[in-house]
Design a protein around this ligand. Sequence first.
Ligand code: PSU
Ligand code: MN
Length: 314
Amino acid sequence: MNIENKNITYSKEVLNAKILGEPIVALESTVLTHGLPFPQNTELASEMEDAVRQNGATPATIALLDGKIQVGMEKEQIKTLIEAEKPIKVSLRDFATAITLKRAGGTTVAGTMFAANKCGIKVFATGGIGGVHKEAEMDISTDLIALSNIPVMVVCAGAKSILNLPATLEYLETMGVPVIGYKTDSFPEFYSRGSKLRVSVRLDDVKEIAAFAMNHWSLGLQSGILVCQPVEEEFEIKEHEISDILKMVSNEVIALQKENKLSGQQVTPYELMRVNELTDGRSLKTNMRFLLNNGRLAGKLAREMGSDNNTNFS
Ligand code: PSU
Ligand code: MN
């Protein structure tokens, strides 16, 4: 078991689960440091952990504190992270920055996949993955690269509808990443359930998804697996309700980029914040709802995958 690494610290709860071979679900923390406002980020952190526990698995929220990769966090530590001054958004290239400078940081989907895999955690729940942006040339989220070469299952509500979704799906196809629709044929579009784009396979049963993962990885394939779960109809914001807002935000981003006022890692948090403002907080409710749903489904999946969930395949 890969427990010893000077840069990784486990919480008692996660270490215990690891030793006993119990199912564990990784949770990201960029959503806490850069995605959600206060106090919703604090609420979400504990509600999401509970959602995982109620479905039979141990939550491992992953973040950087004092330059250490923390796998599983006490309530106090989550508070420290959320209150940290200028936390780093930790994707793959930023681990060494946070470690070297002994900083706090929230791990993105890519960062969380990397840390989870290092610790032998195979299931991870998030809101929406990053993807190919519409606005800037070459703004392609590292999440897609991580999905192409880190064997972790990522439970999400698709990718943010502000992105270029057809290009995002093309990229995933090119890189050999299975895109599973849980009880859906359509690729979910974050705020809305989606209808325009197709997943690569629809599976309606948790057992089938667990079997799919074992089949994929036992062949020696090294990619991640995306499991997409749309938000329930009563919580979705239909495309026609949000498309004007998304266009407006997209234009704002283009203007800010031209003036060199916005770039790189700032784009996604800016977009999420503006959509929240322009929907009077409705997008935030939807976002929180599918985050919790994904925590529940990931808990069930980790349990179904049993001890295999804790096996380091790499
Ligand atoms: N989805 C959300 N909230 C978020 C993110 C996604 O509902 O905060 C974060 C995730 O951590 C994701 C990151 O990995 O945004 C993508 O950022 P970028 O596009 O800069 O790679
Ligand atoms: Mn980007």
